[in-house]
Write a protein that binds this ligand. Structure first.
Ligand code: GAR
Length: 202
């Protein structure tokens, strides 16, 4: 049976859409997007999911007593739906320890840099400002350390002399759309395991 994925997003949702497309076309197998969650009711990615007939839910911290209560409600919904994998795709909130523990080893994130370089916000701008000659993206397991979990895979792109933030973001994004699907295919089929900081092939 297909493993159930929940996608958490806050904005555009191009990574979500790439994954959805790759599942539909059979590039990614053995899983299905069960639900899309967002902290923003007007996130374009959330609206796209709804238009595609995928279940959606909005969890805004301000509707709950605090961040913990909000994330507990998310966990409850995800458990009720039997979700097995959590895919963070431009989810611009830092998840608390209770949420991460509830899905330990089953939360993935994509970050637009070659980690451990340039964690946090505006990773592509950080790369340009630093002057690196290669950049890229990283798909990693989520732990309590920000952008610090074991790395599933990375894709490298060149940084060109005339790059600005927009051109570098676009070049990296193209690779993100490939990388996330490759990573999903690996975890859903149990082709990798975590050994300390290393993610190894079985
Ligand atoms: C992507 O570039 C993703 O790597 C980044 O947000 C963008 C979301 O785009 N995530 C982070 O910076 C997380 N720290 P999308 O909404 O089009 O998928």
């Amino acid at each position: 049976m297909a493993e159930k994925i929940a996608v958490l997003l806050s904005g555009r949702g191009s990574n979500f859409l790439a994954i959805a497309r790759n599942i539909q076309s059979g590039i990614v197998t053995g899983c299905a997007i069960d639900v899309v969650l967002s902290n923003k009711s007007d996130a374009p990615g959330l609206i796209a999911a709804r238009d595609m007939g995928i279940a959606t839910a909005v969890f805004r911290q301000k509707d709950y007593a605090d961040k913990g209560a909000c994330e507990q409600a998310m966990v409850t919904l995800l458990r009720e739906r039997g979700v097995q994998w959590i895919v963070l795709a431009g989810y611009m909130r830092i998840l608390g320890a209770d949420f991460i523990d509830a899905f330990a080893g089953r939360i993935l994130n994509i970050h637009p840099s070659l980690l451990p370089a340039f964690i946090g916000l505006d990773a592509q701008k950080q790369a340009l400002d630093y002057g690196v000659k290669v950049a890229g993206c990283t798909v990693h397991f989520v732990t309590n350390e920000l952008d610090g979990g074991p790395i599933l895979l990375q894709k490298v792109v060149p940084v060109l002399d005339d790059d600005d933030e927009a051109s570098l973001c676009a070049r990296i994004l193209e690779q993100e759309h490939i990388a996330y699907s490759e990573a999903l295919e690996l975890v859903v089929h149990g082709k990798v395991y975590v050994d300390g900081r290393r993610v190894r092939r079985r």
